[in-house]
Design a protein around this ligand. Sequence first.
Ligand SMILES: *[C@@H]1O[C@H](CO)[C@@H](O)[C@H](O)[C@H]1NC(C)=O
Ligand SMILES: *[C@@H]1O[C@H](CO)[C@@H](O)[C@H](O)[C@H]1NC(C)=O
Ligand SMILES: *[C@@H]1O[C@H](CO)[C@@H](O)[C@H](O)[C@H]1NC(C)=O
Ligand SMILES: *[C@@H]1O[C@H](CO)[C@@H](O)[C@H](O)[C@H]1NC(C)=O
Ligand SMILES: *[C@@H]1O[C@H](CO)[C@@H](O)[C@H](O)[C@H]1NC(C)=O
Ligand SMILES: *[C@@H]1O[C@H](CO)[C@@H](O)[C@H](O)[C@H]1NC(C)=O
Ligand SMILES: *[C@@H]1O[C@H](CO)[C@@H](O)[C@H](O)[C@H]1NC(C)=O
Ligand SMILES: *[C@@H]1O[C@H](CO)[C@@H](O)[C@H](O)[C@H]1NC(C)=O
Ligand SMILES: *[C@@H]1O[C@H](CO)[C@@H](O)[C@H](O)[C@H]1NC(C)=O
Length: 363
Amino acid sequence: MASQLKSLFWMLLIFLMLSNLQPHCNAVGNPQVPCLFAFGDSLSDDGNNNNRLTVAKSNYLPYGVDFPKGPTGRFSNGRNMIDVLAQNLGFDEYIPPFATARGEEILRGVNYASGSSGIRNETGKITGDIISMDMQLENHQITVSQISKMLGNQNTTTADYLSKCIFSIAIGTNDYIVNYFLPLFYSTSSIFTQQQYAAVLNHQLSQQLLTLYKSGARKFALIGLTALGNIPFERSLCGSGSNGSACVDNINNATQLFNVGLKSLVAQLNTNLTNATFIFINASGIESSPPIASKVANVSCCETLLNSVCAPFGKICRNRTNYKYWDGVHPTDAVYAVYGERAYKAQSPSDAYPFDVNQLAQV
Ligand SMILES: *[C@@H]1O[C@H](CO)[C@@H](O)[C@H](O)[C@H]1NC(C)=O
Ligand SMILES: *[C@@H]1O[C@H](CO)[C@@H](O)[C@H](O)[C@H]1NC(C)=O
Ligand SMILES: *[C@@H]1O[C@H](CO)[C@@H](O)[C@H](O)[C@H]1NC(C)=O
Ligand SMILES: *[C@@H]1O[C@H](CO)[C@@H](O)[C@H](O)[C@H]1NC(C)=O
Ligand SMILES: *[C@@H]1O[C@H](CO)[C@@H](O)[C@H](O)[C@H]1NC(C)=O
Ligand SMILES: *[C@@H]1O[C@H](CO)[C@@H](O)[C@H](O)[C@H]1NC(C)=O
Ligand SMILES: *[C@@H]1O[C@H](CO)[C@@H](O)[C@H](O)[C@H]1NC(C)=O
Ligand SMILES: *[C@@H]1O[C@H](CO)[C@@H](O)[C@H](O)[C@H]1NC(C)=O
Ligand SMILES: *[C@@H]1O[C@H](CO)[C@@H](O)[C@H](O)[C@H]1NC(C)=O
């Protein structure tokens, strides 16, 4: 009897240990939603820029140094935010980039994100041939027709299928850092005040979301901007001293205006668009609390070129989990993990509005 109890105890312990490895009790390969589509920039990109004529690339070491497949075009030492979101939703494979997605795999979703891209067409163009949000939406139309063919060309079937998918949209960063705050190359800051520019971006994004809605999307997760003045790239442009910190604050104020507008957009679209659900993820709120707030943030982990991307085969810091910034612009895997996990399951009421991705999946 005692030995039976003992083996039962061990079985239970092993079961608990194994189930802990599988977050949120999803069986492997049995995701909570059938598909995840991602739109955005380098925070989400998983290889779409690899074969394009642009300097906004990351398919070389030290990128991917902590990723099983090595450098893939993710702007991280390991995973990015979409990878973490996909894991939390129970997908057993990452969402393929549009550039290489083929056949049945597109039914699980496609990642259209492109490093350096923005809401506005001209954003990031100084870095080369990147894929703007408008072009990402055109690419999605190609996917929708392919899915429609696979499901038997029935419009209602496709609409029903897409209505269950999650659409992640994380865009706007480059409309600031590779547009508005690069006055040498872009004139937007002489045309618009910060308030006007945030409104222009919010409005153009709302049109883009409407396009997605018309093509069948119903579950939207909109990811807010982080405090962009704090990234090593902007800190170096701003310089040191009190002027430097005023310059950093100024950028943070500008991006905060965008976030406030984005949250209000979520409220409006939830009212205006039938059967659709929008949520806002407060990335800047998440980053300002531990564990992200307690990481080394005044330097990037890798040796950089012009305080932006990592120098090819350059030096890297030893303990990546201690660092907030992997390169001059992007977070480390450890930080992306916090964004992805708290977007999925809010840890504070201010993380997600009106609720988190876990609840969005269940709507
Ligand atoms: C942006 O480019 C797309 C083509 O990719 C075009 O359809 C659209 O009209 C352009 N938008 C603006 C505002 O110029
Ligand atoms: C359904 O058909 C309409 C008209 O042909 C098209 O505009 C729409 O994108 C289609 N929706 C889906 C989900 O395929
Ligand atoms: C700060 O910047 C202003 C304008 O950009 C300049 O006039 C001033 O001299 C600067 N102050 C310092 C301490 O650098
Ligand atoms: C940023 O916003 C804060 C709070 O609204 C304000 O006190 C500060 O002066 C602003 N800083 C700059 C540089 O605009
Ligand atoms: C939502 O509808 C209201 C009332 O018609 C309108 O004023 C507002 O601009 C709409 N918002 C969006 C984002 O479409
Ligand atoms: C909303 O959902 C209902 C029930 O699924 C459906 O009959 C209706 O056509 C949908 N309306 C729109 C605008 O998608
Ligand atoms: C994000 O969260 C912080 C608190 O962590 C809060 O101060 C801020 O207002 C939130 N932002 C938005 C747009 O709700
Ligand atoms: C970064 O901050 C640490 C202390 O938090 C300091 O020791 C180090 O010198 C700083 N590095 C740079 C480059 O400012
Ligand atoms: C790296 O840093 C984390 C967080 O401070 C710490 O828990 C871990 O032990 C460190 N690992 C190494 C190898 O130093």
